[in-house]
Design a protein around this ligand. Structure first.
Ligand SMILES: [Zn+2]
Length: 366
Protein backbone atom coordinates (compact mmCIF):
# COMPACT_ATOMS: atom_id res chain seq x y z
CA UNK A 1 0.00 0.00 0.00
CA UNK A 2 1.33 3.43 -0.87
CA UNK A 3 -1.44 5.51 0.65
CA UNK A 4 -0.44 7.83 3.47
CA UNK A 5 -1.46 6.86 6.97
CA UNK A 6 -3.66 9.24 8.96
CA UNK A 7 -2.98 9.78 12.67
CA UNK A 8 -5.57 11.44 14.90
CA UNK A 9 -4.93 13.01 18.25
CA UNK A 10 -5.75 15.98 20.41
CA UNK A 11 -3.05 17.86 22.30
CA UNK A 12 -5.23 17.31 25.37
CA UNK A 13 -4.19 13.64 25.36
CA UNK A 14 -1.35 14.68 27.71
CA UNK A 15 -3.77 16.11 30.29
CA UNK A 16 -5.10 12.81 31.62
CA UNK A 17 -3.12 12.28 34.82
CA UNK A 18 -4.31 9.47 37.09
CA UNK A 19 -2.29 9.60 40.30
CA UNK A 20 -2.69 6.25 42.01
CA UNK A 21 -4.00 2.78 41.75
CA UNK A 22 -4.17 0.54 44.76
CA UNK A 23 -2.34 -2.76 44.75
CA UNK A 24 -2.65 -5.15 47.67
CA UNK A 25 -4.09 -2.26 49.64
CA UNK A 26 -1.08 -0.02 48.99
CA UNK A 27 -1.32 3.07 46.77
CA UNK A 28 0.89 2.61 43.73
CA UNK A 29 1.66 5.33 41.20
CA UNK A 30 -0.22 4.73 37.96
CA UNK A 31 1.76 3.37 35.02
CA UNK A 32 -0.39 5.52 32.77
CA UNK A 33 1.75 8.63 33.03
CA UNK A 34 1.26 11.74 30.86
CA UNK A 35 4.88 11.30 29.67
CA UNK A 36 3.64 8.33 27.62
CA UNK A 37 1.53 10.70 25.60
CA UNK A 38 4.39 13.11 24.99
CA UNK A 39 6.58 10.30 23.63
CA UNK A 40 3.86 9.12 21.23
CA UNK A 41 3.10 12.64 20.01
CA UNK A 42 6.81 13.23 19.33
CA UNK A 43 6.99 10.04 17.25
CA UNK A 44 3.88 10.92 15.25
CA UNK A 45 5.23 14.43 14.53
CA UNK A 46 8.56 12.95 13.43
CA UNK A 47 6.80 10.41 11.22
CA UNK A 48 4.73 13.17 9.64
CA UNK A 49 8.03 14.54 8.33
CA UNK A 50 9.92 11.32 7.58
CA UNK A 51 7.10 8.96 6.56
CA UNK A 52 4.41 11.39 5.41
CA UNK A 53 1.87 10.50 8.09
CA UNK A 54 -1.01 12.98 7.97
CA UNK A 55 -1.98 14.34 11.39
CA UNK A 56 -5.53 15.44 12.07
CA UNK A 57 -7.71 16.43 15.03
CA UNK A 58 -10.61 14.45 16.50
CA UNK A 59 -14.08 15.82 15.95
CA UNK A 60 -17.10 15.70 18.23
CA UNK A 61 -19.77 13.10 17.57
CA UNK A 62 -22.35 13.46 20.34
CA UNK A 63 -23.41 11.19 23.16
CA UNK A 64 -25.83 8.96 21.15
CA UNK A 65 -22.78 7.34 19.52
CA UNK A 66 -21.44 6.51 23.00
CA UNK A 67 -24.77 4.97 24.04
CA UNK A 68 -24.40 2.40 21.25
CA UNK A 69 -21.79 0.70 23.45
CA UNK A 70 -22.23 2.05 26.99
CA UNK A 71 -25.28 2.21 29.25
CA UNK A 72 -26.70 5.68 29.78
CA UNK A 73 -26.72 5.24 33.57
CA UNK A 74 -22.98 4.52 33.50
CA UNK A 75 -22.22 7.58 31.38
CA UNK A 76 -24.39 9.70 33.73
CA UNK A 77 -22.40 8.34 36.68
CA UNK A 78 -19.03 9.11 35.08
CA UNK A 79 -20.12 12.65 34.22
CA UNK A 80 -21.73 13.37 37.60
CA UNK A 81 -18.80 12.07 39.67
CA UNK A 82 -16.30 13.96 37.50
CA UNK A 83 -18.27 17.16 38.05
CA UNK A 84 -18.41 16.56 41.80
CA UNK A 85 -14.68 15.85 42.06
CA UNK A 86 -13.88 18.98 40.03
CA UNK A 87 -15.34 21.02 42.91
CA UNK A 88 -13.11 19.41 45.54
CA UNK A 89 -9.76 20.78 46.78
CA UNK A 90 -6.50 18.96 45.93
CA UNK A 91 -5.56 15.94 48.03
CA UNK A 92 -2.30 15.72 49.97
CA UNK A 93 -0.69 12.31 49.63
CA UNK A 94 2.35 10.91 51.42
CA UNK A 95 4.70 9.34 48.87
CA UNK A 96 7.60 7.06 49.68
CA UNK A 97 10.33 8.66 47.61
CA UNK A 98 13.32 6.96 49.18
CA UNK A 99 12.92 3.19 48.83
CA UNK A 100 15.96 2.48 51.04
CA UNK A 101 15.21 4.70 54.03
CA UNK A 102 11.43 4.75 53.46
CA UNK A 103 11.33 8.51 53.71
CA UNK A 104 7.94 9.91 52.83
CA UNK A 105 7.30 13.31 51.33
CA UNK A 106 3.87 14.84 51.01
CA UNK A 107 2.77 15.90 47.57
CA UNK A 108 -0.34 17.70 46.42
CA UNK A 109 -2.53 16.03 43.77
CA UNK A 110 -5.67 17.29 42.04
CA UNK A 111 -8.75 15.85 43.72
CA UNK A 112 -9.76 12.32 42.79
CA UNK A 113 -12.02 9.62 44.09
CA UNK A 114 -11.97 5.83 44.01
CA UNK A 115 -14.75 3.28 44.29
CA UNK A 116 -14.54 1.42 47.55
CA UNK A 117 -16.95 -1.52 47.27
CA UNK A 118 -17.49 -4.14 44.59
CA UNK A 119 -20.86 -5.86 44.39
CA UNK A 120 -21.18 -8.96 42.21
CA UNK A 121 -24.16 -7.64 40.32
CA UNK A 122 -25.50 -4.25 39.37
CA UNK A 123 -28.50 -4.34 41.63
CA UNK A 124 -27.95 -1.61 44.22
CA UNK A 125 -29.65 -2.15 47.55
CA UNK A 126 -28.31 1.12 48.86
CA UNK A 127 -28.42 4.58 47.32
CA UNK A 128 -25.36 5.69 49.29
CA UNK A 129 -22.79 7.27 46.92
CA UNK A 130 -20.13 4.75 47.96
CA UNK A 131 -22.41 1.94 46.76
CA UNK A 132 -22.92 3.74 43.48
CA UNK A 133 -19.18 3.96 42.80
CA UNK A 134 -18.72 0.24 43.36
CA UNK A 135 -21.43 -0.65 40.85
CA UNK A 136 -19.75 1.12 37.96
CA UNK A 137 -16.17 -0.08 38.49
CA UNK A 138 -14.47 -3.46 38.71
CA UNK A 139 -11.16 -2.48 40.31
CA UNK A 140 -9.39 0.29 42.19
CA UNK A 141 -6.80 1.19 39.57
CA UNK A 142 -9.07 3.68 37.83
CA UNK A 143 -9.64 6.98 39.63
CA UNK A 144 -12.16 9.56 38.53
CA UNK A 145 -10.65 13.04 38.42
CA UNK A 146 -12.40 16.33 37.71
CA UNK A 147 -11.52 16.15 33.99
CA UNK A 148 -11.95 12.38 33.53
CA UNK A 149 -15.35 12.48 31.83
CA UNK A 150 -14.26 15.18 29.40
CA UNK A 151 -10.95 13.50 28.51
CA UNK A 152 -12.44 10.00 28.22
CA UNK A 153 -15.08 11.39 25.88
CA UNK A 154 -12.39 13.10 23.80
CA UNK A 155 -10.51 9.79 23.61
CA UNK A 156 -13.70 8.04 22.44
CA UNK A 157 -14.27 10.74 19.81
CA UNK A 158 -10.69 10.23 18.62
CA UNK A 159 -11.49 6.56 17.91
CA UNK A 160 -14.81 7.48 16.29
CA UNK A 161 -13.06 10.04 14.07
CA UNK A 162 -10.70 7.25 13.00
CA UNK A 163 -13.61 4.96 12.20
CA UNK A 164 -15.29 7.69 10.19
CA UNK A 165 -12.12 8.34 8.17
CA UNK A 166 -11.89 4.60 7.47
CA UNK A 167 -15.53 4.60 6.33
CA UNK A 168 -14.72 7.41 3.92
CA UNK A 169 -12.22 5.13 2.18
CA UNK A 170 -8.88 5.58 3.93
CA UNK A 171 -6.94 2.35 4.38
CA UNK A 172 -4.68 3.02 7.37
CA UNK A 173 -5.62 5.13 10.35
CA UNK A 174 -4.06 5.43 13.81
CA UNK A 175 -6.10 6.92 16.66
CA UNK A 176 -4.05 8.03 19.62
CA UNK A 177 -6.61 7.34 22.32
CA UNK A 178 -5.82 8.14 25.94
CA UNK A 179 -7.21 7.13 28.39
CA UNK A 180 -7.20 3.65 26.84
CA UNK A 181 -10.38 1.61 26.46
CA UNK A 182 -10.32 -2.16 26.01
CA UNK A 183 -10.98 -3.01 29.67
CA UNK A 184 -14.06 -0.76 29.89
CA UNK A 185 -17.27 -2.77 29.88
CA UNK A 186 -20.76 -1.61 28.95
CA UNK A 187 -21.33 -0.17 32.40
CA UNK A 188 -18.10 -0.58 34.34
CA UNK A 189 -14.76 1.19 34.29
CA UNK A 190 -11.53 -0.50 35.31
CA UNK A 191 -7.83 -1.05 34.60
CA UNK A 192 -7.20 2.56 33.48
CA UNK A 193 -10.17 2.42 31.05
CA UNK A 194 -13.43 4.42 31.15
CA UNK A 195 -14.92 4.28 27.64
CA UNK A 196 -14.16 1.44 25.24
CA UNK A 197 -12.65 3.29 22.29
CA UNK A 198 -12.04 0.22 20.07
CA UNK A 199 -15.56 -1.11 20.67
CA UNK A 200 -17.08 2.30 19.90
CA UNK A 201 -15.14 2.44 16.62
CA UNK A 202 -16.14 -1.12 15.66
CA UNK A 203 -19.80 -0.50 16.52
CA UNK A 204 -19.76 2.74 14.52
CA UNK A 205 -18.42 0.97 11.44
CA UNK A 206 -20.95 -1.87 11.79
CA UNK A 207 -23.84 0.58 12.27
CA UNK A 208 -22.87 2.94 9.48
CA UNK A 209 -22.03 0.38 6.83
CA UNK A 210 -23.91 -2.79 7.79
CA UNK A 211 -20.62 -4.63 7.24
CA UNK A 212 -18.77 -7.04 9.51
CA UNK A 213 -15.90 -5.75 11.62
CA UNK A 214 -12.94 -7.66 13.07
CA UNK A 215 -11.00 -6.65 16.16
CA UNK A 216 -7.48 -7.93 16.83
CA UNK A 217 -6.31 -7.11 20.34
CA UNK A 218 -2.52 -7.37 20.78
CA UNK A 219 -2.29 -5.60 24.15
CA UNK A 220 -0.70 -8.02 26.62
CA UNK A 221 -3.81 -7.96 28.80
CA UNK A 222 -7.12 -9.48 27.79
CA UNK A 223 -9.64 -6.89 26.61
CA UNK A 224 -12.38 -8.02 28.97
CA UNK A 225 -14.50 -4.99 28.10
CA UNK A 226 -14.45 -5.51 24.35
CA UNK A 227 -15.23 -9.19 24.84
CA UNK A 228 -18.17 -8.39 27.11
CA UNK A 229 -19.60 -5.78 24.72
CA UNK A 230 -19.61 -8.09 21.67
CA UNK A 231 -20.00 -11.47 23.39
CA UNK A 232 -23.45 -12.08 21.90
CA UNK A 233 -22.76 -10.41 18.57
CA UNK A 234 -21.95 -12.03 15.24
CA UNK A 235 -21.31 -8.72 13.45
CA UNK A 236 -18.04 -8.12 15.33
CA UNK A 237 -15.40 -10.85 15.72
CA UNK A 238 -13.13 -10.17 18.70
CA UNK A 239 -9.77 -11.97 18.80
CA UNK A 240 -7.13 -11.41 21.46
CA UNK A 241 -3.63 -12.60 22.33
CA UNK A 242 -2.72 -11.96 25.98
CA UNK A 243 -0.97 -13.28 29.07
CA UNK A 244 -2.56 -16.32 30.73
CA UNK A 245 -5.36 -14.78 32.86
CA UNK A 246 -4.92 -17.43 35.54
CA UNK A 247 -1.55 -15.75 36.18
CA UNK A 248 -2.12 -12.11 35.30
CA UNK A 249 -4.67 -9.34 35.05
CA UNK A 250 -7.64 -9.27 34.39
CA UNK A 251 -7.91 -12.79 35.92
CA UNK A 252 -11.68 -13.19 35.40
CA UNK A 253 -11.74 -13.39 31.61
CA UNK A 254 -9.53 -14.18 28.64
CA UNK A 255 -9.67 -17.97 28.83
CA UNK A 256 -9.62 -20.07 25.66
CA UNK A 257 -13.04 -21.58 26.30
CA UNK A 258 -14.78 -18.18 26.15
CA UNK A 259 -16.03 -18.40 22.58
CA UNK A 260 -19.09 -16.15 22.59
CA UNK A 261 -22.72 -16.75 23.49
CA UNK A 262 -25.98 -17.34 21.59
CA UNK A 263 -25.72 -15.67 18.16
CA UNK A 264 -22.21 -14.54 19.12
CA UNK A 265 -20.98 -18.09 19.63
CA UNK A 266 -17.84 -18.65 17.56
CA UNK A 267 -17.18 -14.91 17.22
CA UNK A 268 -14.86 -14.56 20.21
CA UNK A 269 -11.35 -15.99 20.16
CA UNK A 270 -8.97 -15.87 23.10
CA UNK A 271 -5.39 -17.08 22.83
CA UNK A 272 -3.87 -16.87 26.30
CA UNK A 273 -0.10 -17.42 26.25
CA UNK A 274 2.31 -18.35 29.05
CA UNK A 275 3.99 -15.51 30.92
CA UNK A 276 7.36 -14.59 29.32
CA UNK A 277 6.32 -15.80 25.84
CA UNK A 278 8.61 -14.46 23.11
CA UNK A 279 8.11 -13.18 19.54
CA UNK A 280 8.00 -16.68 18.07
CA UNK A 281 5.18 -17.88 20.31
CA UNK A 282 3.29 -14.60 19.91
CA UNK A 283 3.52 -14.61 16.12
CA UNK A 284 2.34 -18.20 15.94
CA UNK A 285 -0.77 -17.20 17.90
CA UNK A 286 -1.19 -14.19 15.62
CA UNK A 287 -1.12 -16.48 12.56
CA UNK A 288 -4.04 -18.43 14.00
CA UNK A 289 -5.97 -15.21 14.58
CA UNK A 290 -5.25 -14.06 11.03
CA UNK A 291 -6.45 -17.42 9.69
CA UNK A 292 -9.70 -17.14 11.67
CA UNK A 293 -10.08 -13.48 10.65
CA UNK A 294 -9.87 -14.45 6.97
CA UNK A 295 -12.65 -17.01 7.54
CA UNK A 296 -14.81 -14.32 9.17
CA UNK A 297 -14.04 -12.02 6.24
CA UNK A 298 -14.71 -8.60 7.76
CA UNK A 299 -14.94 -5.39 5.74
CA UNK A 300 -13.00 -3.42 8.37
CA UNK A 301 -10.38 -4.17 10.99
CA UNK A 302 -9.79 -2.48 14.34
CA UNK A 303 -6.52 -3.20 16.17
CA UNK A 304 -6.37 -2.71 19.94
CA UNK A 305 -2.75 -1.67 19.97
CA UNK A 306 -0.95 -2.15 23.26
CA UNK A 307 2.81 -2.38 23.74
CA UNK A 308 2.82 -3.74 27.28
CA UNK A 309 3.98 -7.12 25.98
CA UNK A 310 7.37 -5.54 25.33
CA UNK A 311 10.29 -7.23 27.12
CA UNK A 312 11.08 -4.13 29.25
CA UNK A 313 7.50 -3.24 30.13
CA UNK A 314 6.78 -3.03 33.88
CA UNK A 315 3.72 -5.26 33.27
CA UNK A 316 6.20 -8.17 32.91
CA UNK A 317 3.93 -10.35 30.78
CA UNK A 318 5.74 -11.14 27.50
CA UNK A 319 9.24 -10.75 26.12
CA UNK A 320 8.35 -9.20 22.77
CA UNK A 321 10.93 -7.17 20.85
CA UNK A 322 10.86 -4.16 18.59
CA UNK A 323 11.29 -6.46 15.56
CA UNK A 324 8.41 -8.54 16.91
CA UNK A 325 6.07 -5.54 16.70
CA UNK A 326 7.21 -4.76 13.15
CA UNK A 327 6.52 -8.35 12.11
CA UNK A 328 3.16 -8.33 13.92
CA UNK A 329 2.16 -5.25 11.90
CA UNK A 330 3.32 -6.79 8.62
CA UNK A 331 1.25 -9.91 9.18
CA UNK A 332 -1.84 -7.89 10.14
CA UNK A 333 -1.23 -5.72 7.06
CA UNK A 334 -1.35 -8.79 4.84
CA UNK A 335 -5.07 -9.07 5.59
CA UNK A 336 -5.29 -6.01 3.31
CA UNK A 337 -8.24 -4.60 5.20
CA UNK A 338 -8.96 -0.95 5.95
CA UNK A 339 -7.40 -0.85 9.41
CA UNK A 340 -7.86 1.46 12.38
CA UNK A 341 -5.26 1.05 15.12
CA UNK A 342 -6.48 2.30 18.50
CA UNK A 343 -3.93 2.94 21.26
CA UNK A 344 -4.26 0.86 24.44
CA UNK A 345 -1.44 0.18 26.95
CA UNK A 346 2.36 0.19 26.86
CA UNK A 347 4.23 1.60 29.85
CA UNK A 348 7.94 1.37 29.15
CA UNK A 349 8.31 5.06 28.32
CA UNK A 350 11.86 4.91 26.84
CA UNK A 351 10.78 2.14 24.45
CA UNK A 352 7.29 3.29 23.56
CA UNK A 353 8.40 5.62 20.78
CA UNK A 354 10.38 3.18 18.72
CA UNK A 355 7.88 0.36 19.27
CA UNK A 356 5.04 2.45 17.90
CA UNK A 357 7.19 3.64 14.99
CA UNK A 358 8.04 0.01 14.14
CA UNK A 359 4.42 -1.03 14.25
CA UNK A 360 3.09 1.82 12.13
CA UNK A 361 5.88 1.43 9.57
CA UNK A 362 5.35 -2.33 9.49
CA UNK A 363 1.66 -1.82 8.80
CA UNK A 364 2.41 0.65 6.04
CA UNK A 365 5.13 -1.26 4.25
CA UNK A 366 3.26 -4.42 3.36
ZN1 LIG B 1 -2.51 -3.80 28.81
Amino acid sequence: MTEKMTAIFSERVTEHSPAFGTFDGVPRLSYDKPERAKVIIDVLREMSVTSGIEITQPREFGIPFIYRVHDQSYIDHLRTVSEQVAQKPPILVAEITDSVNKVATVKEYPAFTYPSVFPHGSNPRSSNHHADKGIYAFDIATPIMGDTYELALLSAYTALTGADILKQGKKLVYAFTRPPGHHAERSRMGSYCYLNNAALAAQFLADQTGERVGIIDIDAHHGNGTQEIFYESSEVFYASIHGDPSKTHPFYSGYADEEGKDSGYGYNLNIPLPIDSDDLVFLKALDLIIYRMRQFSPRYLVVSLGFDGFKNDPSKIFKLTNDGYAETAKRIGKLELPTLSVQEGGYSIPDLGYNIASFLKGLKNV
